[in-house]
Design a protein around this ligand. Structure first.
Ligand code: SF4
Length: 365
């Protein structure tokens, strides 16, 4: 069995580590590129949301490398994620790919359904070893999230352009290379120091932007044109409203880590603008925008794939939130036709607007 799974930002670092800890052979698709997008878009229904198309491109590319088992998460609730696996499976079969698809999702009848799928992937490993594997992979995901957060702070303040990204890449590589749980804490310390050593101007005045929206578009730099890095170079400190380690803590570990930011905070902040779940992260998008306004952020950017139902609901509500709380919001909708130059122009214009607004506020203060 050679297992593959779709890309979503740095997620692969933790998932690959977990599977290899359990002696599962992993075949990663190459990072998402234009080719991945073309392969996925060619064979997916045109109206499907972009993550489905990119996932499909990942599977086709991984199959060409020899993968024969797909592991993916499914879902339930009022959006299309719950139907992804079935659509992708049918398309792959029609194209003649022979994959076994293992969908990890909330069980329909009994928890044993989920356990048997985990058992299929993890083979004869004891449940104790499976738990240790999950812990190993999750620890890496948490460290990478922590590094990305630090990099978002350092990038707009760095003295030499590119230092933060060079440090970030070398720190991530060290995390990727860790093979044993016992080495994690030493490496943790080492990688934090790598980012801390980037020369920065701590007093530089920066624009603060919160990024909200659909999780795949938030986490995958290919689909969002590497928005965190671009904004950083334009002089903005970016805060991502949702990180993978937080999502896992909330949804898979039942919020066991109480110190970690939780989606409950943003859901509680969303009324009276949106009082209930609309699927995906629609409610969190509204709540996080409210929270960013309360924290005096200069602006918010909403990211969503074209036709993403929960985020379209949020998009229609955001102008009201923006007006009432006086926080500028820019919505960027991504699909296979999105152009890099157009996106960068919109980001530059938004940055311009935010710095003028900030200057005006400072003059009046
Ligand atoms: S949240 Fe949006 S992009 Fe993700 S599966 Fe649902 S509809 Fe598609």
């Amino acid at each position: 069995m050679r297992v593959t799974f779709p890309h979503m930002g740095d997620t692969w670092i933790g998932v690959k580590a977990m599977l290899e800890y359990l002696d599962v052979e992993v075949l990663m698709p190459p990072p998402c590129t234009k080719k991945t997008m073309v392969l996925g878009s060619e064979h997916a229904p045109e109206f499907a949301c972009m993550p489905l198309k990119l996932n499909l491109g990942n599977y086709i590319e991984a199959s060409e490398l020899g993968a024969n088992t797909i592991m993916m998460t499914g879902g339930c609730g009022p959006c299309r994620l719950g139907y992804y696996a079935q659509v992708q499976d049918t398309i792959l079969q029609d194209l003649g790919y022979s994959y076994k698809m293992v969908v990890l999702e909330p069980p329909e009848k009994h928890i044993t359904e989920l356990f048997s799928k985990i058992r299929y992937i993890t083979g004869n490993n004891s449940w104790w070893k499976v738990i240790k594997g999950i812990h190993f992979g999750y620890s890496k995901i948490k460290m990478v999230d922590e590094l990305n957060k630090k990099a978002c702070w350092a990038r707009p303040r760095e003295i030499n352009r590119g230092d933060t990204d060079r440090a970030l890449e070398s720190a991530k590589q060290k995390i990727i290379n860790v093979e044993y749980t016992k080495d994690l804490s030493a490496v943790h310390q080492e990688v934090l120091e790598i980012i801390d050593q980037v020369p920065v101007d701590k007093d530089r005045d920066v624009i603060k932007i919160g990024i909200v929206g659909e999780i795949f578009t938030l986490l995958e730099p290919f689909i969002n044109f590497d928005i965190e890095r671009r904004l950083g170079y334009m002089g903005a400190e970016v805060d991502r409203s949702l990180n993978l380690s937080e999502w896992i803590n909330d949804h898979l570990f039942l919020s066991i880590n109480k110190k970690m930011r939780s989606c409950k905070e943003s859901r509680m902040a969303s009324p009276p603008y949106l009082n209930h779940n609309v699927g995906g992260h629609g409610q969190e998008t509204i709540g996080s925008t409210v929270l960013y306004a309360r924290r005096n952020f200069d602006g918010v950017i909403q990211l969503l794939p074209f036709t993403c139902m929960p985020e379209i609901v949020a998009q229609t509500i955001l102008p009201g939130v923006s007006n009432e709380l006086s926080i500028p919001v820019l919505t960027l909708i991504m699909d296979e036709h999105s152009g890099e130059a157009g996106t960068v122009t919109r980001l530059e214009a938004f940055m311009d607007l935010l710095s003028r607004k900030k200057q005006k506020k400072e003059v009046l203060a």
